[in-house]
Design a protein around this ligand. Structure first.
Ligand SMILES: *Cc1c(COP(=O)(O)O)cnc(C)c1O
Length: 303
């Protein structure tokens, strides 16, 4: 059994034409939790249940928390999500809709996370949103699905928050003999923790996180994200908030799917023609999705 679904792999004619190559989209926005997160978190949750976990604990008010809540509902395991007061009403509502117990605590994520960790007993599993080999392994299945469809991408575009998606895609590419394929890693300027790690020669903590792509707001990327970039070509590309938001809107018109600015950052590489891919055969973009965006929120984001 798998909690994630096999998502569509679609060709984008508008993005292909704009970039002079074939652009294929892995439509992770179609996952039941609204993002790719259910691949890795769903896999981790199943492993924890097999080892006897009786409850899942998370401190994510975003797509990772939603994936834990979805997994708990499907596996019949109670879920507690501790979120800070800054978490939107919509996010709290979506978590409760999945049946999770939502505890609002603290002014910052650090305070919420501290309480979440203190609640954990020996019978509970704590789900980290990105720094966990189980999560990376679960994410890697999206590349197997692409290869099974007969596509061998010669470049992959994805967004980086804490680097879990990057680590999972790297694992999937390596498993399929695609070791040398470059990955374009998109971040918004105010959430550029991967960019900072490459510059500093290792993961470093950003002094501040700014901007609309809150889902990309990990202060520091995981060590694995940095390490894998020493072994394969990974190109860091930054976009503005405005470019990310405008790309979400263009994507909604072109492909009738609403995604978060976190995902818009990847799409902006193609809508903004920020990378030279015209000589490639198959460019794969991970449409990572996201559940916290609404049409109203996109319209109100000024970027
Ligand atoms: C979690 C998430 C990301 C970033 O993934 P990391 O594993 O933290 O790098 C990007 N986009 C969406 C929609 C997400 O939910």
């Amino acid at each position: 059994m798998s909690l994630s679904i096999k998502t569509p792999l679609l060709e984008s004619l508008p993005l292909s034409q704009l970039n002079g190559t074939k652009v294929l989209m892995k439509m992770e926005a179609a996952q039941p939790s609204g993002s790719f997160k259910i691949r890795g978190i769903g896999y981790a949750c199943e492993q924890h249940v097999a080892r006897g976990a009786h409850r899942f604990i998370s401190s994510s008010g975003g797509n990772a928390g939603l994936a834990v809540a979805y997994a708990g509902r499907r596996l019949n395991v109670p879920v507690v999500v501790v979120v800070p007061e800054t978490t939107s009403e919509r996010a709290r509502h979506l978590l409760r809709l999945e049946g999770a117990e939502v505890i609002v605590h603290g002014a910052s994520w650090a305070e919420a996370n501290e309480l979440a960790l203190s609640l954990k007993t020996a019978r509970d599993a704590f789900l980290h949103p990105f720094d966990d080999p189980l999560v990376w392994h679960g994410h890697s299945s999206m590349i197997d699905e692409v290869v099974v469809e007969g596509v061998r991408p010669d470049a992959v575009i994805l967004s980086v928050g804490g680097g879990g998606l990057l680590a999972g895609v790297d694992e999937g590419l390596r498993r399929n003999g695609l070791d040398g394929v470059p990955i374009y890693a998109a971040e918004t300027e105010g959430m550029a923790s991967f960019h900072a790690a490459l510059k500093a020669g290792g993961p470093v903590e950003l002094p501040a996180l700014t901007g609309v792509a809150t889902t990309l707001g990990a202060r520091q990327v995981c060590q694995r994200a940095f390490d894998l970039a020493q072994k394969r070509p990974v190109v860091s590309v930054l976009v503005s908030d405005r470019e990310a938001v405008e790309s979400c809107k263009a994507f909604l018109d072109d492909h009738r799917t609403l995604v978060e600015p976190a995902c818009g950052a990847s799409l902006a590489l193609l809508y903004g023609r920020k990378i030279a891919v015209g000589s490639l055969q198959n460019v794969l973009v991970i449409v990572c999705g996201g559940s916290t965006a609404t049409v109203d929120s996109l319209n109100s984001l000024r970027g």
